[in-house]
Design a protein around this ligand. Structure first.
Ligand code: HEC
Ligand code: HEC
Length: 504
C-alpha cells in the first residue's frame, strides 16, 4: 500500500532538467560565467602530496583484507593506538538493554535504529540502502519534521514521533499482578515507530551524444506506524550513512579558511554560492557554524557522536541527557535506563574514547594517481568546475591534543559549505539555515573505495547513486553548469574524469 506521505522527489523537476539536457549539449566553455576567461578553472600543477590525501595520517589498505574506513591513522603513536582500538571496540560491540550485568554497555533504546555505530557505518563506511525484500536498511535513517524550526534543534519535530523514526524497540519485563499467591513476569515490546518499504523509481538520463544511463531514486512508504498517524504537514527525508574516515582532519580546518570559500550572494557571478550552516552547540550553549552531518547541522564531532548515540542507539550522554521519547510515548519514557538516576548511560570517558576513535581514522592513500587516464581526468575535474565546491586542499590548524592531525596538508575535495543542488535532490526539509535542496559538499577522498568496503552502498544523501557517474548526473542547482560541462565532454573524457574521482 502506498502511504499518502510516500516520499516524492520532484519528478517534474527531474523531467525538466532531463529534457533540458537532451535538447542541446552545452559546450564546455559557454556556461562558464566568465570563469574560463579568467582562468579560474585552469588546473593547478600536480603536487606529490596529492597521493596522500590525509597527509601523514594516510594509510595503505592491508594486503589480503578487504579495505576499510575504520583503520588507525598511519602516524598514531603506540599509546594513541591502544586508545583507538578501545574506541573502535566500543563503536563495534552491540549495546544491550538495561538492566544487565555489563553496566558500561547497557541502556540500548527504548527506541533505536541499530545496536552499534558500526552496524550502520559498516567497517567505518556506508551501509546499504535497502534490503532484498524491499525494506529500507537499518543504515538509512528517516528524518521527520514540520515546517518551521526550533532554534536549538534546527527543525520542528513531528509531535508524536520526534525528528527521526526509530524502527526498533526493546521489550520490557512487566510484573503481572499475582493471582492465587503466584506472580509472574511477562516480556512486552514497546511499539517500534514504523516499518519502511522502499521502491526504486528508474529514469533514463541521455547524454548529449545519445548514450544513456539509468538513474534511480527512492520512494518510501511508511507501514505500521506504532503511535498513530503523522501530522499532516510532516516532511520526510532520507539519510544514507556517510563514511567516518578523515573527520578529525576536517575538524581542524580553520574556520576562516572555510568562511573565505563561502559566497552566499554569489558576488563573483559564477553561479556557485555556498554558505555555512549556523547551528546550536549544546556543549557551549551558543550558535556556531555547522561542519558535520550531511546538512552541516552539527558543530563538532563530540556533539555529532553524542547525537548519534541518542537518536540512533538510544544512549544518553552528558551532552544529550534525554531519551528521544516524545510525550505521546509514555512507555518509552518510563522504561528503565542503563544509568543511575541523574547520570548518563555513557560516561564522559567512554564518549571521549568513541570521539577519539572517529577523529583518528586514517584516510586511504590514492591508488592509481599516475595512470595517464587519471591524470587527464584530473585536469577535466578542474576545467568542468567540480573544484568550485569540491575544494581540493587545505592545511589543518594545530591542536596540542592531536599532534598527528595538526599542520597536515590534506586533499579532502570539499569546502564543507552548503550548496543548493536543485529540486531533484531536495527533501523539502529545512535544517537550521539549510533549505531542503541544500547539502554540504561531501568529501571525495576515499570515494573510489566505497564499493570495495561494502559492495551494495550508494552515494548522495539518500544513497540513490550506484556509481560516481550517477552521482554526478544528479547534480543540479548551483552545480548545474558544472554537470552540463561534464555531460558535454566526449565519452573518453567523461571516462577520464570519472577515473580521476575513483582514484581519490
Ligand atoms: C542507524 C544507523 C546509524 C548508526 C547506529 C550511527 N550512525 Fe552515524 N550516521 C548515520 C547517518 C545516516 C548519518 C548522516 C546523518 C545526517 O547527516 O543527517 C550519520 C552521520 C555520522 C557522522 C557525521 C559524518 C560527517 O561526514 O559529517 C558521524 C561522525 C557519525 N555518524 C558517527 C557515528 C557514531 C560514532 C555512531 C555510534 C555512536 C553512529 N554514528 C551511529 C547512520 C548511523
Ligand atoms: C555547486 C557545488 C558542486 C559542484 C560544482 C559539484 N559538486 Fe559534487 N556534490 C556537491 C554536493 C552538495 C553533493 C551532495 C549532494 C547530495 O548528497 O544530495 C555532491 C556529491 C558528489 C558526489 C557523491 C559523493 C558522496 O559521497 O555521496 C560525487 C562523486 C561528486 N559530487 C562529484 C562531482 C564532480 C565530478 C563534479 C564536477 C563534474 C561535481 N561533483 C561538482 C556539490 C557540488
Amino acid at each position: 500500500m502506498q502511504h499518502p506521505l510516500a516520499l516524492q522527489i520532484g519528478a517534474a523537476a527531474l523531467l525538466a532538467w532531463l529534457g533540458g539536457c537532451e535538447s542541446g549539449a552545452v559546450a564546455a566553455s559557454s556556461r562558464a560565467g566568465g570563469a574560463t576567461a579568467s582562468g579560474r578553472f585552469e588546473p593547478p600543477p600536480e603536487r606529490t602530496s596529492e597521493v596522500m590525501p590525509g597527509g601523514a595520517t594516510s594509510i595503505s589498505q592491508p594486503a589480503g583484507a578487504p579495505p576499510a574506513f575504520d583503520l588507525p591513522a598511519a602516524n598514531l603513536r603506540p599509546d594513541q593506538r591502544t586508545a583507538f582500538y578501545a574506541g573502535r571496540a566500543l563503536a563495534r560491540q552491540p549495546w544491550v538493554k538495561a538492566p544487565s550485568s555489563t553496566d558500561a554497555r547497557d541502556g540500548l533504546g527504548p527506541l533505536y535504529n541499530a545496536r552499534s555505530c558500526l552496524a550502520c557505518h559498516v567497517r567505518g563506511g556506508r551501509g546499504r540502502v535497502s534490503t532484498a525484500d524491499g525494506q529500507l536498511s537499518t543504515a538509512t535513517l528517516v528524518r521527520l519534521s514540520l515546517p518551521g524550526r526550533d532554534p536549538s534543534v534546527g527543525v520542528l519535530p513531528e509531535p508524536t514521533y520526534g525528528t527521526q523514526l526509530q524502527l526498533r524497540s526493546i521489550a520490557l519485563r512487566e510484573q503481572l499482578p499475582g493471582s492465587g499467591g503466584r506472580s509472574g513476569v511477562r516480556l512486552s515490546s514497546i511499539p517500534a515507530e514504523a516499518g519502511v518499504a522502499v521502491r526504486w523509481l528508474e529514469q533514463a538520463y541521455r547524454y548529449p551524444d545519445g548514450s544513456e544511463v539509468v538513474l534511480r531514486r527512492p520512494e518510501i512508504a511508511l507501514e505500521g506506524l506504532g503511535y498513530g498517524p503523522l501530522h499532516a504537514e510532516t516532511r520526510i527525508g532520507l539519510r544514507h550513512t556517510p563514511p567516518l574516515h578523515g573527520l578529525g582532519l576536517l575538524a581542524l580546518i580553520d574556520q576562516e579558511d572555510i568562511a573565505r570559500l563561502a559566497d552566499p550572494d554569489d558576488r563573483d557571478g559564477d553561479g556557485v554560492s555556498g554558505r555555512q550552516n549556523r547551528v546550536w552547540d549544546p556543549i557551549d550553549g551558543r550558535a556556531r557554524p555547522g561542519r558535520f552531518g550531511l546538512k552541516a547541522n552539527q558543530a563538532s564531532l563530540r556533539v555529532q557522536v553524542a547525537a548519534a548515540l541518542r537518536t540512533d542507539v538510544g544512549i544518553t550522554s552528558s551532552v544529550f541527557p534525554e531519551q528521544p521519547c516524545t510525550a505521546a510515548q509514555p512507555r518509552c519514557q518510563r522504561a528503565p535506563g542503563g544509568a543511575l538516576a541523574g547520570e548518563a548511560e555513557i560516561s564522559d570517558d567512554l564518549l571521549a574514547l568513541l570521539v577519539g576513535f572517529v577523529r583518528s581514522i586514517g584516510v586511504p592513500r590514492r591508488r592509481t594517481a599516475d595512470h595517464p587516464l587519471v591524470r587527464r581526468g584530473r585536469g577535466l575535474f578542474y576545467r568542468t568546475g567540480c573544484a568550485s565546491c569540491h575544494a581540493p586542499s587545505f592545511v589543518t590548524g594545530s591542536d596540542p591534543s592531536a599532534p598527528h592531525l595538526s599542520g597536515q596538508e590534506i586533499w579532502p575535495y570539499t569546502d564543507l559549505l552548503l550548496h543548493d543542488m536543485g529540486p531533484g535532490l531536495s527533501d523539502g526539509r529545512r535544517d537550521y539555515l539549510a533549505a531542503g535542496s541544500e547539502w554540504r559538499t561531501p568529501p571525495l577522498w576515499g570515494v573510489g573505495l566505497a564499493r570495495a568496503v561494502r559492495k551494495d552502498v550508494g552515494l548522495l544523501h539518500d544513497g540513490r547513486a550506484r556509481t560516481v557517474e550517477e552521482a554526478v548526473l544528479w547534480h543540479d542547482g548551483e552545480a548545474r553548469a558544472s554537470r552540463e560541462r561534464y555531460a558535454g565532454l566526449a565519452a573518453r573524457d567523461r571516462r577520464a574524469l570519472l577515473s580521476f574521482v575513483r582514484s581519490l
